[in-house]
Ligand binder design. Structure first.
Ligand SMILES: N[C@@H](CCC[C@H](N)C(=O)O)C(=O)O
Length: 293
């Protein structure tokens, strides 16, 4: 492995509904990126600036993905803006697919890639159109195990615990402003509910099967969008509204507005959740070294 301090490397910058990422192509997995280096890259003043990093590595070349190499050639090595590792990133998945297409590593149409939450399927529409990612099934603990409390800006709300491979707490609120400035992570209770930390979504209704959210992400702070969060919100809203495709035999679709745009999310009758939205590459360049403070 070569330290990112020692060699120049290529990067791209991209976003999905304004959840933004530094993309680092590293096909053979030779680049060592420490947590402080990732945090510096994501710093909006001293670095390039992003909510997270997507390292593009061959599955066969990464210990976390080697077992998936037979099903997926490429591995999305995702890190949060503070350098921490997360299991999954939904907006990142679309941007990752867009990068693979743009680099000529895949063609528009169907593809698979590996993530820490498992192999994911995506469909890239022609002509730089929207990308759909099959995000897996939501984990919804039942009874008291699925109920948590979220506190922010001196207020508290009951919230639904949802896993999209990564942890979420979904709180329906009267007004998105009620969550306050979200400069710090909202508190969640009981403390035992999220031993690995949590992404917290605040949600309001906009119309029939149409909601809007704000999100505070574990490891990144408040962001303009969170794909896994939007999927968690969609499922929590559907159950609240009495819809359960696996029981009803009818798929259900919600429009989820985020501060940075709009996602359309469908839960199928087999429980698979499909998220559709944009993915854009905005810049490309070279980093000579990452100056740490
Ligand atoms: N922005 C992402 C989620 C990234 C990971 C999250 N912060 C975590 O730590 O679980 C998305 O679009 O899903």
């Amino acid at each position: 492995m070569t330290s990112a301090q020692d060699v120049p490397f290529q990067f791209l910058k991209g976003h999905g509904t304004e959840n933004d990422f530094v993309i680092i192509p590293d096909p053979e997995g030779g680049l060592e990126l420490s947590a402080p280096e990732v945090a510096r890259l994501c710093d909006r003043r001293a670095g390039i600036g992003a909510d997270g990093v997507l390292r593009v590595v061959r599955s066969a070349a990464h210990p976390d993905a080697r077992a998936m190499a037979g099903d997926a050639e490429w591995f999305m090595d995702y890190r949060n803006g503070d350098g921490s590792v997360a299991e999954m990133c939904g907006n990142g998945a679309r941007v990752f697919a867009r990068y693979l297409q743009r680099a000529g590593l895949v063609q528009p149409g169907d593809l698979t890639f590996a993530t820490r939450a498992g192999v994911r399927r995506a469909h890239i529409a022609k002509d730089e159109g929207d990308i759909t990612v099959a995000m897996g099934r939501a984990g919804l603990p039942q009874g008291a195990d699925g109920e948590v409390t979220v506190r922010a800006a001196g207020r508290s709300w009951p919230a639904r615990k949802v896993s999209m491979g990564n942890p979420h707490a979904v709180a329906f609120v009267g007004d998105l402003a009620d969550a306050g400035p979200l400069l710090d992570a909202p508190e969640t209770a009981p403390a035992s509910a999220y031993p690995e930390g949590v992404n917290v979504e605040f949600v309001v209704d906009r119309g029939p099967r149409h909601v809007a959210l704000r999100v505070h992400e574990r490891g990144s702070g408040e962001t303009r969008s969170c794909g896994t969060g939007a999927c968690a919100v969609m499922v929590a809203a559907a159950r609240r509204d009495g819809a359960d495709p696996q029981k009803d035999g009818v798929p259900v679709t919600y429009t989820v507005d985020v501060p940075g745009g709009r996602l359309v999310i469908t839960e199928r009758t087999d429980g698979e959740i499909e998220m559709t939205g944009p993915a854009v590459i905005v810049a490309e360049g070279r980093i000579d070294s990452i100056p740490l403070p």
